[in-house]
Write a new protein. Sequence first.
Length: 1198
Amino acid sequence: LGNFYYRQKEFSKAVEAFLGGLDIEPTSLPLLSGLGFSYLMNGELFESESTFKQIQNLDPEYAESYVGLGAIAQKDGHLERAESLYEKALALDPQNFEAHFYLSKLRMEQGRYQEAERLLKTIRSSSPDALWLDSYILQAVQGPLYEEINLRRKEGNLKEVERLYRELIRNSDYSKDAYLEMGSFFLETNQPRKAEELYLEALKRYPLSDQLMTNLGFALLKRGKIKESRLIFTQLLALSPDNSEALSGLGLIELRSKNFKQAERDLKRALAIQPTSISALSALGLLYSETGQDEKAKVIYERLFNLLPDQPWVRIAMEEARFAPLLNQIKELENTPIPRENLLKAEKLYTKLLTLAPDNPNFYLRYGLLLTNLGRLSQAERVLKQGLSQESGYLPLQIALAFNALFQENYPSAAAQFEKIREKHPQNADVLAGLGRIAEFQKRTAEAQDFYNQALLQDPDNINALSFQAGLKLQSQQLEEAKALYERLEELEPNKEWIRSALQEITLAPELERAEELIQTGELERAAEIYRTVISTQTPSLEAILRLGNLYIRMNQYPQAAETFLDGLRSFPDTPRLLTAAGLAFALADNPEKAEPLFKRALEQTPNDPGALAGLGKVAFLQGNNRKAEGLYLQALTLSPDNSPALSFYGELLVKEKRYDEAVKIYDRLVAVEQDALWARRARQEALDGSLADGAKALTDLGEICLAEQRYLSLISSTEFSSDYYLQLGDLYIAQEHFNKGLWTYHQGLLVDENSHGLWRAMAKTYLTLRHIPSSIFIYNCLLADNPEDASSWAGLGRAFALMGCMKTAFRYYGYALYLDPENEDALSFMAQGEMERERYRSARNIYQTLSSIKPEKIWIQRQLVAAHKKTRPFANFEANYHEEDEWNGGVNDWVARYQVYGGGVRMTAPINDFFRMAGYGRLDYYRLVNVEQDFTIYDFNVVRGGLETRRAYGCNCFLELDLGASVYGPQECASFHQRSGIIIEPTVLYSWVQPDRRALFGFDTETNLVGREFEENKAKLVPRYFLTGSYEQDLYETVTLGINGALSYLNGFQANYLQQGMLVADWRPQAFRKCFSFRYFFLLQNFNKVIPEYYTYAPQLKNQLQVEYRMKIRDEGTIQLGYAFGFQDSRTRFAQIIVNAPLEIGPIFWDRRRYNLGYLKASYDQCPFKISVEGNFYRDTERYTMWDLNLNIERLF
């Protein structure tokens, strides 16, 4: 029974059996010998040595005791003593089987292979059934070859090991064993494809070998060919139902299929047949571990350890079984997308595990790899180094640490570590692949390819080398070669998503390449259409999604980019690259609220993702926290010194803080990374010119326009690829209303960068100012075709429609613009401007206040805010007026009459809200007519006026004005005429319609500014004029205005009279000087029904006048306006001059043609709360008829 257990390698049971026999017969030498060898094989050397010494005490001539003691000495490394003991055993028993066998193993260890071969063949001849000796004979025959094989395996030179095994097969009479050993080597080194090919080759020579068939089944199983593997194991069991290895294979298949009960039955059946089956025991231990039966797993691994005490994997498996509960919890976390809280749990579990097993390097390796996969590279580095401190020669830890440095982009450190490993393992495929990856990142493509080839020569199925080389081939558009490499990877690593994605990318490569060609030629929209087609018609392609989103970013269509990335996340949930890309799109669109959660999700997946850290820095920058932003940028650059977003965003921050020297250094690094990117060179140039640009802006703010212009021209000449200075110079010209120069400058900028949306928008805004509405609408529509969520373009369309009078449409566009960007400057300023034009000053003020909080540095916003605020405050106007007319008599060559009007008054106005305004007024006027020639007063009147006004806004552009006033008049002193007293009621109802480019008015009005006389009774009184009036004006572009005006009047004098008036007006303002100069022409036709000498009458009068006006602004407070007019008057039956005496008769009809000149001056000074205005004019015609006025107005805000 003991010998049976010993042959089955059940050494513990063998010990129990032999001890049971010794209880019956304590001095039995065969029992004691079996017990000693069982102890020896079970690793219990002290008990084994004691047992063999006990045999020698009983029988010093018993040979097997010397064999056992020799085996113990050989295990302890005492080879000479072992040799002496084996020779003594053979001296006692020359045919002793164990002595020959152990001595042959000693000879092989000593390199004396011929002697070992002789000894083994001696045993083989005496024991023909001992087929297991064939593998030992093979090792003895090919001893030097085996030495070299072992040496090359230690070096990691897998290609040379394969060559040596091939030589061994060719030169050996025992090639089947060589096939089996070589196949085992392929399986151990993760080359199942080669193992499969080798076993198929061997089966052609040994078709009846069950062992070869069994190993072929395991090779197929390792390759994932479950169906073929199951068929082989089933066939083997049909031929031999007690084939334990075939049963183990079926158990493994069921284990992979998660059919645990059937797997356990198959594996237990295999162990019942062969209790020492390594494959069955390892599979059963794995089954118990996966199903949480940790105690059972521990028992199985202890049995394995007894069988294979020198195998490291068994020790590792035992420890994993020992800590199975912890490892199972960790495994759950590793097999799920890890949010931050799960990561923290995993860290705690690993910390606990390493506390319990601090000397297990594999646990450090597993923890380090987990952290590396999560992007926590610095922490992974620390863990891997702790593992190496426990076992410095553990190769997997050394390689993992080198790859960690590679992933941290610390290429010098990674290269040094790989080279150090290479000194001891010059042909290690992982080391060669790592060195190739470093060469690839450093743009040494040919060297990288050479390293990958070397790695694949050593291990054609090395995952790192295959994946790195496939990526390099794909990047260089060697699609067929890349496809072949990825297909090999798919065979080795089935069901890996990244491999399927790469193969899909290769399939789509022609379409993607065509899109890239279109991008190079500037046909961005066509390229985007190709990407959209690829995404919609194929299985979602991560690469196509990323390329389309990045193209949208290049086209400044950030909302579309974000939407593309978010759509991609539906197909590829929680993909860090997509999360980071979507966050960056929102950040570039100035939407930190949506960007921040995406960056945080990306960091949950890869906590040290430099792109996500840079994105969070951009969010902090947009939120005004520059210190936090800078810290995040530096953290990202520490992890990845060449990260483009981090460099770009950090440079932007430094420029904003005017740290230009630092910004230039950052942009130098960015240009080195993005060598072909125009935007990077442009950003560097702007940082380089930062101080000059600031100086130009300061000069502009100080009003030093000429100096600022020269500075901008210098900046433009210093760079060939920045359009920003063209924009700033154009804005300078537009602010000075040099529109042609501004538009020309914008055009020059577009020659540098035709895709500059800022330049296009500035041009469209200029066209709006010039009332070139179709041109501005065309540009805005083109911009929206490129980026449908361009808020400024929607706002521009709103302004265009507002100028055309479509206010509802305009406000829809404004609303959509503010929906896209609640702080859009164009939308808010256009809305405020429109509200000012519609006299809704409170709304305008509120909008400008919002703008001021958003853009506090903009001076023009502050000015507009002040202007709007003034319009919302009550104010009073204090007036003083003087009017004089003088008539010249050519007959006496002297002045004969003077007409004078003195006046003054006050008016109080109170805006109630945006829709309602009230005013009250009162004034005193004094009218006097003097006969200068005879020196007496013809009449003089005092007129006291007062009234109330209301103005009400309706709808978008309509106003209703109601005025009820009264004038009380009476004589001042005695005059030649009898002056009446009276009260005149003065009602007014006016309805007006106002658009930015057109105006209309209609209503009823009253005036009392004429004095009528009755010559028969010598009476005088104030004459009221009641009239219906209407007018319409239209702006053509920004420089021309056309208008028409008409009135029908009733004058209630001593004789009722009617007056009809019609006037055409044309106004032109030269575009380059529209704020300074204007030219106006008007034509007036008026006619009274009765020609009576009561007051000025015409029957009819024609009047043509051409005037020029010059306006000048003095700083922000003062204005001066100068004007000159020249005109012609043609009147029939004219009583235009002052009527002193009653005409005896109406003379014959004649045409009185006169030319006249008119000059005027107006000056104002505005210093809140006062505004003072002075106005004067002077008129004289060819008959020396003269009129002049002088007016003073003081306005006081409350």
